[in-house]
Design a protein around this ligand. Structure first.
Ligand code: PRP
Length: 209
């Protein structure tokens, strides 16, 4: 069954409030996306595997631990791009595999326009990055692409999600783990998350909505 984690933390609630505010300008919006991505990643990376290694401190040799798996960051263009740099700060060795998906305005179905996943040696863990999970269609398309690549462990990191999208992802990809800052109330008739934050891509990149 899909593991769904709504990270409850005062820092997340505080920064999410400003992110949602319609008067928050694009530069601050981008900084908040980065800040929230770090807080979300802290929870989403809790079960990463480590291995022992020997290091030398200024005082002595000792045994320490380091990450042992190949990790892939998979931002969904465009809005997911804003979550890449903060994740790379935490996981400097991670590979970044971009997926281009946009939601057709009439059907609300995802349309793929960029994917270059190779057909050899998948990463051990993939973290799909997208600030919004509305119907879940984009996340499911990304999960299916990574499944076809053969990635054994799949995680989705989204800042906000609609209950409908969470249910769809759970049904379509029960093996995936889902980490969100907040599960909102519902989707409106245009399949926008309510209360939501508008369109994360447009607000990040200052493009007309
Ligand atoms: C938004 C969002 C997700 C998707 C969520 O992207 O960033 O990718 O919609 O909707 P879904 O769960 O119903 O699939 P959008 O299509 O607006 O593209 P953009 O990031 O380029 O703005």
């Amino acid at each position: 069954m899909t593991h769904v984690c709504e990270v409850q933390h005062p820092l997340i609630q505080h920064h999410l409030a400003t992110l949602r505010n319609k008067t928050t300008p694009p530069d601050e919006f981008r900084r908040l996306v980065q800040r929230l991505a770090v807080l979300l990643a802290y929870e989403a990376t809790r079960d990463l595997s480590t291995e022992m290694c020997e290091i030398e401190t200024p005082l002595t040799r000792t045994i320490a631990r380091r990450l042992s798996q190949r990790i892939g960051l998979v931002p969904i263009l465009r809005a997911g791009l804003g979550m890449v740099d903060p994740l790379l700060d935490l996981l400097p060795q991670a590979e970044v595999w971009h997926l281009g998906l946009y939601r057709d305005e009439a059907t609300a179905l995802p349309v793929e326009y960029y994917s270059k996943l190779p057909d050899y040696s998948p990463v051990d863990v993939a973290l799909i990055l997208d600030p919004m999970l509305a119907t879940g269609g984009s996340a499911i398309a990304a999960l299916q692409a990574l499944r076809r690549w053969g990635v054994p462990k799949l995680k989705v990191l989204s800042l906000i999600a609609a209950p409908e999208g969470v249910s769809s992802v759970t049904a379509a990809c029960p093996e995936a783990q889902l980490f969100v800052c907040a599960i909102d109330v519902e989707l409106n008739s245009r399949k926008f998350i309510v209360p939501g934050l508008g369109d994360a891509g447009d607000r990040s990149f200052n493009t007309p909505q």
